[in-house]
Design a protein around this ligand. Structure first.
Ligand code: PRP
Length: 185
């Protein structure tokens, strides 16, 4: 794929760069207030959470440690969740007795987060919470408590600000709805 006009593949901008920026600052302030006097371990789930993690950590005014996991729930370029969760990259350090905040770009079926919560609870953190930028409740298959949610979005195929289709579009500064022609071609 060469010379592709990323912006032309977007039918509609759902969340602008400014809207995302304001929301991330708001989430950071809430997380800071809720954890005053404590230190947090932010666990980001690659790769989609990368821009959100980078912005959110700088919006939190607390001592934070960061760690990165990579899991896979979607098969290749498919737009449907396979329900399979594989750990591609594990934590680098112990989270025993740490206050952990999982940082996710999107909760869709919830299968990934459901698995991750169980996996991370087994490592005996002091507490574990979740911050997700985007929530697509229409697609939920398992019930979950999400402590911090940026935006509820409709059941549309979204890309940008970390979210991909076929590994591209992650570098768009906004979240947009992908034109069906872009994933049907
Ligand atoms: C996305 C997202 C979540 C998961 C959510 O990751 O970052 O981890 O899917 O879907 P679910 O609620 O249906 O489980 P993806 O597997 O697409 O990987 P990526 O972050 O590398 O794009």
């Amino acid at each position: 794929m060469t010379e592709r006009d990323l912006h032309a593949d977007v039918a509609e901008i759902l969340l602008t760069e400014d809207e995302i920026g304001a929301k991330v600052r708001d989430l950071g302030a809430r997380i800071t207030a809720d954890h005053a006097g404590r230190r947090l371990t932010l666990v980001s789930v690659l790769k989609g959470s990368l821009p959100f993690m980078a912005d959110l950590m700088r919006a939190i005014d607390l001592p934070v440690r960061i760690d990165l996991m990579e899991v896979s729930s979607y098969g290749g370029a498919s737009t449907e969740s396979s329900g399979l969760v594989r750990i591609l990259k594990d934590l680098s350090a112990s989270i025993a007795n740490e206050d952990v905040l999982i940082v996710e770009d999107i909760i869709d079926t919830g299968l990934t987060l459901n698995y991750l919560m169980r996996y991370l609870r087994g490592k005996n953190p002091r507490s574990i919470k979740v911050c997700a930028l985007l929530d697509k409740p229409a697609r939920r298959l398992v019930e979950l408590d999400i402590d911090y949610i940026g935006f509820e979005i409709p059941d549309e195929f979204v890309v940008g600000y970390g979210l991909d289709f076929g590994e591209i579009y992650r570098n768009l500064r906004f979240v947009g709805v992908l034109r069906p022609e872009a994933y049907e071609s």
